[in-house]
Design a protein around this ligand. Structure first.
Ligand code: AVJ
Length: 643
């Protein structure tokens, strides 16, 4: 894999020796070892990098959000390391936001995956934290049974449970609790000192350098981990690596590592149960040996080589090998082009607005909603055809093609074709073109992450931006123009556009055009004027967009949505009808638009074709019809044209 630049963000500050910091440092080492460039910080500050690894779903949310905005083609790994997984997830919108924006989720043991909301589980991977055994162990005092507690003095660790349990042991017990860690929560230092004064079996050694702590752990007979919450404790990994058996509170973070039937667990906060385990481990050699053997059995799970392999696989899976690029077209529509079209269209007679401006973020969202309306059958008819014919189409292709899609939107139907092509040819290159970046980029990312053989170049721009790239693409090529997007063009324009496309392609290249067929007026008018009023909102949103982007003063309530089928021309027209005589200012244009009562603004044409008109279209564009597929109800045609 080529070297990637990776930013790791962890809310634990630089000096801190909290678990997240330790984890971040170890992962940085692993990723550097895999040849990547790695930076660690407390937050993402806009630096250029391809992958963000964010520890702690809730606290890293601002970083995750910013990265997604600034690096649309980057990948995000959100690691849920503890309280975010077991405490925040239900209540925190930020934690949930991070999950939604993540390409992959990492948890530290397999039970963590079950904690995630079901829709996110598929992108979750469990990666055990690895640890290495120190070269030498501290030699314990002869005749003692040293028990290590390794963790900062914080309430979530229930830090004095082992100390309290040791008080309950028999008089002849030689258990000695050695506690390492910094007093982080207020009052814990005084408490540790008081415990030492009263309890001869307890010794708090304070914060110690990691290496020293590990040597001490390696010299102990047991590790006790009494935490209330853990995502998957690094100290367990360290104990396993050192061959020191563990007594742990029965929480998913620990059971997920030690296994469901591990005998060395006790209920959280249960001093007596812990005391009983300590007594048994000290006095019953078979029990201690059983713990040791079971820990030995899971030891391979914390091997550094395994953690490294998991990360290598994760990076590969995510399409981190740059299988996704987002390019912004030169002709990407900007505000001044919008202003020009609005100024021209609203001063013309009759008034009109080009339908390409429907698709701002809200418009794209509304269009997605339209595609799910019962009255708007078009997408389902096309889907039916693609499902039935994808394999046949893939088989016609001589090799994996470069697939360019004009007006790709959310690419939901296209995935059917891409899967068939990948199935047949192993690899494919997909170039979706869409003016709506908010629809384009998440769709592209989803495809890359779902299909390892797929490479995606997402082009945020209009058809021209796509066409400019076409000659550079390797042969063979397949251009998709689905969803009856062709219907927005006049018939002559449609033929001229296809002819131009033919000129940019080479012999043997193909174009698949989805064309809605002529049908009865009632069906068509309902499809463009649905009962729920979604299409009406979609149409009116154009005025809302003028208000928002150009300082317009349109009152949406003063307009009505109208759809009508002009049978002679074979097209559905959409209009916005002024409910009353009105004058509307548009600040950015410095003009006022005058509308009479009942006057309309023509916002869209959707041409429908008859089979003869499809033949005529192919003839006029100089393309041969290779296949013509209809759905069962003959509502829609998918036409495969060949150059
Ligand atoms: C995306 C152009 C195919 O004309 O059917 C749907 C747009 N407008 N409902 C169409 C649209 C209103 C759609 N196309």
């Amino acid at each position: 894999m080529r070297p990637l630049s990776i930013s790791i963000v962890t809310p634990a500050p630089r000096r801190s020796r909290k678990g997240n910091r330790v984890t971040a440092l170890r992962w940085a080492g692993i990723l550097r070892g895999l040849g990547h460039r790695v930076r660690i910080g407390e937050e993402y500050r806009g630096e250029s990098c391809e992958i963000l690894v964010a520890l702690h779903a809730r606290r890293s949310f601002p970083s995750v959000k910013r990265f997604r905005e600034e690096r649309p083609d980057g990948s995000v790994v959100v690691a849920l390391t503890g309280t975010d997984l077991y405490q925040d997830l239900r209540g925190s919108a930020e934690a949930q936001g991070s999950l939604a924006l993540a390409s992959r989720l990492v948890v530290l043991q397999p039970l963590g995956i079950e904690e995630l909301p079901a829709p996110h589980r598929a992108k979750a991977r469990a990666i055990f934290q690895s640890a290495a055994c120190p070269r030498s162990a501290a030699t314990p005092c002869a005749g003692e049974f040293p028990v290590c507690v390794l963790g900062h003095l914080r309430a979530v660790k229930d830090p004095f449970r082992a100390a309290e349990a040791s008080r309950l042991l028999a008089a002849d017990s030689r258990v000695r609790v050695l506690h390492l860690g910094e007093a982080l929560d207020p009052g814990t230092e005084a408490r540790a000192r008081a415990e030492m004064a009263e309890n001869p079996r307890y010794q708090w050694l304070g914060a110690r350098p990691r290496r020293e702590a590990l040597r001490l752990l390696a010299g102990c007979r047991l590790l006790v981990l009494s935490s209330v919450v853990e995502g998957g404790a690094n100290v367990i990994s360290e104990a396993l690596a050192c061959g020191v058996p563990v007594l742990a509170s029965r929480i998913p973070g620990s059971v997920g590592i030690l296994g469901p039937d591990y005998p060395g667990t006790f209920p959280v906060g249960d001093t007596a149960a812990l005391a009983a385990l300590l007594a048994r481990a000290e006095t019953d050699p078979a029990f201690l040996e059983d713990l040791r053997r079971r820990c030995e059995a899971v030891r391979p799970m914390v091997a550094p080589a395994l953690e490294r392999e998991c990360w290598a696989r994760l990076l590969g899976e995510m399409g981190a090998e740059r299988r996704l690029r987002v390019v912004r077209g030169a002709a990407a529509p900007d505000r001044s082009a919008f202003a020009r079209d609005v100024a021209d269209g609203l001063s013309a007679s009759p008034k009109r607005l080009p339908c390409r401006w429907f698709y701002d973020e809200e418009g794209s969202r509304l269009f997605e909603e339209i595609t799910r309306l019962p009255e708007y059958e078009l997408p389902r008819a096309e889907r039916e055809i693609l499902l039935a014919r994808a394999a046949e189409l893939a088989a016609l292709l001589s090799a994996a093609p470069a697939v360019m899609e004009l007006g790709s939107g959310s690419s939901t139907k296209t995935e059917i074709l891409l899967e068939a092509i990948l199935h047949r040819h192993g690899r494919a290159r997909y170039l979706p073109v869409d003016v709506s970046e908010s629809a384009l980029v998440p769709a592209a990312r989803r495809l890359v992450e779902a299909h390892p053989g797929l490479e995606v170049v997402a082009i945020a721009g209009d058809y021209e931006d796509g066409l400019r790239r076409l000659p550079r693409e390797p042969l063979p090529r397949l251009v998709l123009w689905l969803g009856s997007n062709i219907g927005n063009l006049e018939r002559s324009e449609a033929a001229a556009f296809l002819a131009r496309l033919r000129g940019l392609l080479s012999p043997g290249d193909r174009i698949l055009v989805g064309i809605d067929l002529r049908k009865g007026r009632a069906v068509l008018e309902a499809a463009y004027d649905d009962a729920q009023g979604v299409t009406a909102r979609f149409n009116l949103n154009l005025l809302a967009r003028i208000d928002a982007e150009l300082g317009g003063h349109f009152d949406l309530r003063a307009f009505r949505h109208r759809a009508l089928y002009d049978e002679a021309r074979g097209r559905v027209e959409m209009h916005l009808v002024s409910r009353r005589a009105q004058r509307v200012r548009i600040d950015a244009l410095g003009t006022e638009v005058e509308l009479a009562e009942g006057e309309t603004i023509h916002t869209e044409n959707s041409y429908k074709y008859s089979p003869d008109e499809i033949d005529e279209l192919a003839r006029a564009s100089g393309l041969r019809i290779e296949r013509r597929w209809l759905d069962g109800d003959r509502r829609f045609a998918s036409v495969l044209l060949v150059v």
